[in-house]
Design a protein around this ligand. Structure first.
Ligand SMILES: Nc1ncnc2c1ncn2[C@@H]1O[C@H](COP(=O)(O)OP(=O)(O)OP(=O)(O)O)[C@@H](O)[C@H]1O
Length: 256
């Protein structure tokens, strides 16, 4: 797309089926590192389905089947040798509804690094917990209450806790499925700021219903319609000068 946008992930001719129903039809896209890529499109067009193929979350849905190829740094993530637990650490995910574990704030962050063997001592683990909460913009709010339950935080704080949890295992890609849709405008603004802060470090892919949000946070936008990726390009261009008529109709509010 341009010289600065190195692909971190590459999807080639990807189709996804739920039983006999095709939900994603032959999608190819390069996901660049150090950028935010937004997936937009009307409800049911397949944005979440496609997002979930990028870290094999579809494996958890028995009827789902993926065709085509998805690579992370050139490695086929659907190959039999791929360790899915490892993959989901490298390609982390944040869901629509914040889903902290019913454990302390500290344990929410420490759990992943512990099972992945990222800390050799309690001191190292403490450092990871602090660094992850700092990066997620939550440290100052929780540093004196790390032993309290993660579920006792506000919705916006819970979502930043979930982002900190994803960051703690040192991911390369962070997938976000409508991460702010359950939050009020102030909490949403914080999440958007956070996405901006994180963008220089990770490849971020965000599914959003809000075109304004896509325009605010992303540098790349892919427009999906009826299971197909209609258009993909620099966000500015998609919103000001789309090449496809269907994209134009959607961004001007003619449907969706
Ligand atoms: N677990 C499932 N089993 C069967 N069909 C599914 C499943 N999940 C999604 N679908 C279908 O696949 C299609 C794409 O759904 P998906 O949730 O990916 O779209 P979306 O663009 O993310 O929609 P929304 O914006 O409403 O979340 C829809 O027709 C949906 O009904």
């Amino acid at each position: 797309m341009d010289d600065k946008a190195e692909p971190k992930m590459r999807a080639s001719d990807v189709s996804v089926f739920y039983g006999d129903k095709k939900a994603i039809d032959d999608v190819s896209i390069d996901i660049p590192t150090k950028f935010v890529t937004a997936f937009i499109g009307p409800s049911g067009c397949g944005k979440s389905t496609f997002l979930r193929t990028l870290n094999r979350m579809n494996d958890t849905i028995p009827s789902a089947r993926v065709e085509g190829q998805i690579e992370l740094d050139g490695e086929d993530i659907y190959s039999s040798g791929m360790d899915v637990v490892q993959l989901r650490a490298r390609v982390g995910m944040v869901f629509q509804k914040p889903n902290p574990f019913p454990k302390s704030i500290y344990e929410n962050i420490a759990y992943g690094p512990k099972i992945h063997g990222l800390a050799e001592s309690k001191g190292e683990l403490d450092e990871i917990v602090e660094r992850s909460l700092q990066r997620a913009g939550l440290w100052n709010e929780v540093k004196d209450r790390l032993g309290e339950s993660g579920t006792a935080l506000s919705g916006g704080q819970q979502q930043r806790l979930c982002i900190a949890r994803a960051i703690a295992v040192d991911p390369e890609v962070i997938l976000m499925d409508e991460p702010a849709s359950a939050l009020d405008p102030i909490a949403t603004a914080k999440i958007e700021e956070l996405i901006d802060d994180l963008a220089g470090r990770y490849a971020i892919v965000i599914v959003t219903h809000s075109m304004q949000q896509a325009a605010r946070v992303s540098q790349r936008t892919a427009f999906f319609h009826l299971g197909k990726m209609v258009e993909y390009g620099p966000t500015d261009q998609i919103f000001t000068n789309p090449l496809e008529e269907r994209t134009k109709d959607y961004i001007t509010g003619r449907y969706g």
